[in-house]
Ligand binder design. Structure first.
Ligand SMILES: [Zn+2]
Length: 166
């Protein structure tokens, strides 16, 4: 008796859903965990909230940036651009931006908390997912000389996971 192999018409989609989806899901988890572990803290400029706070610092109050890049303060003379400061009283700031400044920094894990995954989604033979962050100045932080590469480190971990299966 002859037998005949009949392939499913939707074989690509079946394989993607059955095998690729869990594999991609694992890679997304790895990429997210790696990025979260490598993400810098968030740092927030906090003033004393009284009438002695200079206007350029009052407008920076609540500014939260990844800790590996500087805050941006309005110029004291009102000109275009910013003075950049790692922290209140940063020695690199102009004298009028740092003298008698009483501001502080609050740190938190807000950058790591901003890293999310979406997917995996199967569409025909393709399975895709995404690891992303939406955070003020995240790209500047990712490509900074100091502390950059935190999103890429997650992707690197996922790539190593794929390579180890060979
Ligand atoms: Zn201040």
């Amino acid at each position: 008796m002859a037998s005949r192999l009949v392939l499913r018409a939707d074989l690509d989609a079946f394989v993607a859903a059955r095998f690729a989806r869990p594999a991609v899901s694992g890679l997304l988890d790895t990429a997210q965990r790696g990025a979260v572990a490598a993400a810098p803290d968030g740092k927030t400029w906090v003033t004393m909230h009284d009438d002695r706070v200079r206007p350029t610092h009052a407008s920076a109050d609540g500014q939260t940036v990844p800790a590996n890049i500087p805050f941006e303060l309005d110029k004291v003379d009102g000109s275009v651009g910013h003075d950049r400061a790692e922290k209140p009283r940063d020695p690199g700031l102009p004298f009028l931006q740092r003298v008698e400044c009483r501001c502080e920094i609050a740190t938190s894990g807000v950058v790591a908390a901003s890293i999310h995954t979406s997917g995996p989604e199967v569409a025909g033979p393709r399975c895709r997912g995404e690891v992303s962050t939406i955070f003020e100045r995240a790209a500047e932080s990712e490509y900074a000389d100091r502390g950059g590469g935190w999103m890429r480190s997650g992707l690197g971990a996922a790539a190593r996971q794929v390579a180890s299966r060979r």
